[in-house]
Design a protein around this ligand. Structure first.
Ligand SMILES: [Zn+2]
Length: 174
């Protein structure tokens, strides 16, 4: 095994805490996920795929964002990217070591890489689409190049997050 590979395996084994389904309800996670859902609802009302995100520092929401891909005519208009853009504008800082990102759907590879580069501490996700390449995401989030690996927690208010998406696509079909 190559030395680099060793490190990667170690990162996956010891440093990343993957919780596919958490059993104990944690009020704090739900409280902030509800804030992300509020953002997703704004996206819904704007005709965008309802995905929302918030950035939390010291138990406070310090940045919010939702999907704006159609409005912006840009693939960069993902909720997570908007959260990162907003906080950078507000603080002039892109290093977010002590911050946790809540997002209603598990990040795509583009956002996962941005989250990793921003050195976010933990990403808390709602729903996971069936076609998610989970191992690829873990690999991106566990990249040591930009600091510590990002912890990931999934399944927080999963039903609420996925219902909103289902409702959106049903409405689109009718
Ligand atoms: Zn994305």
């Amino acid at each position: 095994m190559e030395p680099g590979q060793n490190r990667k395996v170690a990162a996956l084994t010891f440093n990343i805490y993957v919780h596919f389904f958490y059993e104990r309800v944690d009020n704090m996670y739900e409280k902030f996920m509800l804030e992300a859902i509020q953002e997703a609802k704004i996206a819904f009302s704007e005709g965008e795929i309802p995905i929302g995100a918030v950035l939390v520092y010291d138990q406070k929401v310090i940045s919010r964002g939702h999907n704006t891909r159609i409005q912006d005519s840009s693939v960069l208009g993902h909720a997570e990217m908007n959260v990162l853009k907003n906080i950078a504008k507000k603080t002039g800082n892109w290093r977010l070591n002590e911050c946790d990102l809540y997002v209603t759907m598990i990040p795509c590879p583009m956002c996962a890489s941005a989250i990793n580069q921003a050195r976010i501490r933990r990403v808390i996700c709602g729903t996971i689409p069936n076609d998610t390449n989970y191992s690829q995401l873990i690999e991106i989030l566990s990249d040591h190049k930009y600091g510590n690996p990002v912890e990931i927690l999934t399944g927080v208010l999963e039903d609420e997050c996925s219902e909103l998406l289902k409702k959106f696509f049903q409405k689109k079909r009718t």
